[in-house]
Design a protein around this ligand. Structure first.
Ligand code: HEC
Length: 242
C-alpha cells in the first residue's frame, strides 16, 4: 500500500513536471514568436521599402551658449567656408553643387560669381581645393598657428580678416580636428588652457572643501587627545588610591 502510494505520488509529480515543462516551452515559443513575427510581417510590408530619411547635408549645425570651440568652429565653417569648400571639406565638387537648389548650382553663371559686370557676387575661381581629408594631407601647414595665420590673412577671400580672432581659432580647431590632426574637443589658440570662470570656481570650491576637511580632522584629533589625557589622569588617580 505504501509502495503504491509512493509510485502514485512520483507519477503525479512527473506528470506535473511534464505539464510545467510543456507550459514553459509554449510560453517561450510564444515569446519568441511574438518577437520575430512582427519583424517578419513588418519586413514584408511596404514600410520596409520606404527609404531612410536622408540627412540634410546643408542643414545649419546646432549651436548653444555652452558650445565648445569645436562646435563653434563647425557652425562658423558651415556659415563662412562650406559654400566654397563643401559640407565635408571636399572642395567645390560637382556632387556638392548638386545638393543646392537648381538655380544655385552654377556658381560661375550669370548673376552669380562669374566676375562679369552684371554679377552680384565677387568672382571665384573654377576650382576650389579640398580642405579636409582623413589623414590631413590636404592641409599645407605644419602648425595650427601657421594655418590660423593663413586664414586670418587670406580668408574669406572676398573679405580677409573679417571675422574675430577667436572665430578664426574656432574654425582652425574644427578643420584640424576633421583632418584628424588634433583631437575633437581640444582647444587651441592663445586663450586655450587659461582658467575660465567655471574652472576658477571649481578650483576654489575644491580648496574650500579641503580646508574644511583639515579643520574637522584637526578638531577630532584634538578632542581625542584631550580624552586620552583625561583617562590617563584617572588612571593615575586610581593608582594613587591603590
Ligand atoms: C569664396 C570661396 C571661399 C570661401 C568662402 C572660403 N575659401 Fe578657402 N579657399 C578658397 C580658394 C579659391 C582657395 C585656394 C586659394 C589658393 O590656391 O591660393 C582656398 C584655400 C583654402 C585653404 C588652403 C588649401 C590649400 O590646399 O592650399 C584652406 C585651408 C581654406 N581655404 C580654408 C577655408 C576656411 C576655413 C574657410 C572659412 C573661413 C574658407 N576657406 C572659405 C575659396 C574659399
Amino acid at each position: 500500500m505504501l509502495f503504491r502510494n509512493i509510485i502514485m505520488t512520483t507519477l503525479k509529480r512527473n506528470k506535473a513536471r511534464k505539464i510545467a515543462r510543456i507550459l514553459a516551452s509554449t510560453f517561450f515559443a510564444l515569446l519568441i514568436g511574438l518577437e520575430i513575427l512582427p519583424g517578419w510581417l513588418w519586413s514584408n510590408t511596404a514600410f520596409a521599402d520606404a527609404p531612410e530619411p536622408t540627412p540634410d547635408r546643408l542643414a545649419e549645425p546646432v549651436l548653444t551658449e555652452h558650445s565648445t570651440q569645436y562646435e563653434e568652429g563647425r557652425y562658423l565653417y558651415w556659415m563662412h567656408c562650406m559654400p566654397c569648400h563643401g559640407d565635408f571639406g571636399q572642395g567645390l565638387t560637382d556632387e556638392f553643387r548638386e545638393l543646392w537648389p537648381e538655380d544655385h548650382q552654377n556658381c560661375w553663371g550669370r548673376g552669380c560669381h562669374g566676375g562679369r559686370e552684371m554679377d552680384e557676387g565677387f568672382p571665384i575661381p573654377k576650382t576650389i581645393p579640398a580642405v579636409i581629408s582623413e589623414s590631413g594631407e590636404v592641409l599645407p601647414f605644419s602648425t595650427p598657428e601657421e594655418f590660423y595665420e593663413y586664414l586670418l590673412t587670406t580668408h574669406p577671400p572676398q573679405n580677409p580678416g573679417y571675422l574675430a580672432e577667436d572665430e578664426y581659432w574656432a574654425m582652425t580647431a574644427y578643420v584640424l580636428a576633421e583632418n584628424n590632426l588634433i583631437q575633437v574637443g581640444k582647444e587651441i589658440g592663445p586663450n586655450a588652457g587659461i582658467l575660465t570662470g567655471g574652472k576658477i570656481l571649481a578650483v576654489c570650491a575644491i580648496g574650500v572643501l579641503l580646508l574644511l576637511v583639515f579643520v574637522v580632522v584637526g578638531y577630532v584629533r584634538r578632542n581625542r587627545q584631550d580624552e586620552n589625557s583625561d583617562s590617563h589622569e584617572d588612571g593615575e588617580k586610581t593608582l594613587l588610591i591603590d
